[in-house]
Design a protein around this ligand. Structure first.
Ligand code: ARG
Length: 276
């Protein structure tokens, strides 16, 4: 289905801070429409310059967080496990996402009723293991259900800091044996589970708050928010190329580079179990 890295994005035409569902969002600190558009376009163009095929979804008025396509679902081969959002404000996105995926050749699967699940925001493969953030947004039983569907190992990771409410705000697999993470966002058990990854790079508090962990990995190229020089240096030291781009308008909603993207052909770090 894909001959090069392919990423889904949604333009920020209707993006804004219209409600508060995480500690970063403050309706009294609105986003600037022009700056948002410019920052989104720069991220888009940067990905295109890295030979990514960027596909676009039509924005919808009244769904300001639809820009965060990472939350549309979990992509696995030609299947998408659709999100089931915890907060009513985002629940309208699922029908839009489902329509996009069906029109674009994916099989869509909904989770059983009563389970919350927020897609690639909380579920990330590193090697053949699904690392699954739960508690703040997604439910642990949703993650186990997904593991059964895919026939893969699931490592549930409890998130303990409301600022790092999605797994992709505090953890980012780089390849099948390395990842970056922000330790204080996890409980002890999760930190122990993460230590199974051979190369773990720690992100410092100030850069975690710049959403350093919310990076887009395209092979050896890593795209992330500006203001994370220590992480950039650490990544360069182990052979990655880093590309920083200003995304502070999206930080106002609790998002950054990774949240604004959804990899459609499988993350660089993912070694997918066979399709069943
Ligand atoms: N305002 C959105 C929310 O709170 C931001 C989502 C960011 N997405 C992500 N994958 N971390 O749901």
């Amino acid at each position: 289905m894909f001959d090069r890295p392919t990423i889904l994005m949604c333009p920020p035409d209707f993006y804004g801070i219209e409600y508060e569902i995480n500690p970063w969002m403050d309706r009294n600190a609105p986003s600037d429409a022009d700056r948002s558009r410019r920052q989104w376009q720069d991220l888009h163009d940067l990905l295109v310059s890295l030979h990514v095929d960027v596909q676009q979804m039509q924005p919808v008025r009244g769904l300001p967080d639809l820009v965060f396509t990472a939350n549309a679902g979990l992509v696995w081969h030609d299947t998408v496990f659709l999100s089931s959002f915890r907060h009513a404000a985002r629940q309208g996105e699922t029908a839009i996402d489902a329509a996009w995926f069906s029109t674009n050749g994916f099989r869509t699967i909904e989770l059983p009723a009563g389970m919350y699940f927020e897609g690639a925001g909380d579920a990330l493969f590193c090697g053949d293991t699904l690392y699954a953030g739960y508690l703040v947004r997604s439910d642990a039983n949703a993650m186990q259900w997904l593991g059964q569907q895919m026939g893969c190992r699931v490592l549930p990771l409890q998130l303990v800091d409301e600022h790092y409410y999605h797994l992709d705000t505090c953890f980012c697999p780089l390849d099948s044996t390395s990842a970056i993470y922000y330790p204080p966002a996890f409980d002890d058990y999760a930190r122990r589970a993460l230590s199974q990854i051979p190369r773990l790079i720690e992100v410092h508090a100030a850069e975690a708050a710049r959403f350093a962990c919310n990076a887009v990995v395209v092979g050896r190229d890593i795209v992330l928010n500006s203001g994370c020089p220590r992480l950039e240096a650490a990544l360069q030291q182990v052979g990655f190329r880093t590309h920083a781009t200003e995304l502070d308008e999206f930080l106002k909603a609790g998002g950054s580079a990774k949240c604004l993207t959804l990899r459609l052909d499988g993350e660089a770090a993912a070694v997918w179990p066979q399709a069943r």
